[in-house]
Design a protein around this ligand. Structure first.
Ligand code: ADP
Ligand code: ADP
Length: 239
């Protein structure tokens, strides 16, 4: 079943001095429920713009985003709220935009609070389950994210992204800032949870070696376009 259909998506940024940047041109891509799609391409080719557009963190300039058949591009921000539960994102630097004073329990439980889910006790229960799921100790709840290593912080970000039982997670360079040995731990964790919970993942990386082992299909981007798309083995065989 198709979960998300990206149809002819385009994005033009209007920079300073009236300069226009065409970051996405006519990008079309389907994501099936439970599928991992890798998106790879050099820096500046439009990967982040694509990933962020799916959550409407960036407003597309044209095209459609059919989520379970409904185009979410024309929806008002307020009408997006139910979809926000189903679509989550993990960034390279997960705590860049989060309040550094918040403890890990708060960071992970916040999406539940924002969406008014459960009682306080049920939310705390869920936070404890999520810590187990991502392999963090229970006492992480009362500590601050900056007390943790890069890999552990990415586990916190994954737990937060899973709090609302999403259908699709965009992993935007989620392991790029980590040491190679830690990278594989986090990639394996994401792959394990993806299977266990049957989530779709759009796995964005500038590094093919990061996504090739976990992606069912791979899209290669160049200058705002998808220039190649296919099953992972197929794409890997092409020179
Ligand atoms: P990638 O994730 O592949 O590195 P991005 O989606 O970040 O690529 O960027 C695609 C293009 O859009 C680049 O040329 C980048 O400089 C440009 N760009 C990204 N964000 C903005 C912005 N807010 N204003 C103007 N140009 C932008
Ligand atoms: P704070 O008091 O730190 O601002 P809140 O009490 O508003 O945080 O809780 C926000 C969310 O964070 C809760 O709904 C819960 O999911 C999670 N949370 C906070 N403290 C704990 C805790 N001690 N154990 C488990 N989860 C917690």
């Amino acid at each position: 079943m198709t979960l998300l259909e990206i149809k002819n998506l385009s994005k033009i940024y209007h920079g300073k001095n009236g300069a226009k940047v065409q970051a996405l041109s006519d990008v079309s891509l389907d994501i099936t429920a439970g599928e991992v799609v890798g998106v790879v391409g050099e820096s500046g080719c439009g990967k982040s713009t694509l990933g962020r557009s799916l959550l409407r963190l960036i407003e597309p300039s044209g095209g459609q985003l059919l989520f379970e058949g409904q185009d979410i591009v024309p929806l008002k921000k307020s009408a997006l709220k139910p979809m926000r539960r189903d679509l989550q994102i993990i960034f390279q630097d997960p705590f860049g935009s989060l309040n550094p004073r918040h403890k890990v329990g708060k960071v992970i439980g916040e999406p539940l609070e924002v969406h008014g889910i459960g009682t306080k006790q049920q939310r705390q229960e869920k936070v404890r389950e999520l810590l187990d799921l991502v392999g963090l100790p229970q006492n992480a709840i009362d500590r601050h994210p900056h007390e943790f290593s890069g890999g552990q912080r990415q586990r916190i970000a994954i737990a937060r992204a899973l709090a609302l039982d999403p259908k699709l997670i965009v992993a935007d360079e989620a392991v790029s800032a980590l040491d190679v040995s830690i990278q594989s731990q986090i990639i394996n964790l994401i792959a394990k949870l993806q299977k266990q919970l049957n989530i779709s993942i759009l796995f964005i990386s500038h590094d093919l070696s990061v996504i090739r082992h976990v992606s069912d299909r791979i899209a290669i981007m160049y200058l705002g376009r998808i220039v190649e798309m296919g099953e992972t083995e197929e794409v890997m065989q092409n020179p």
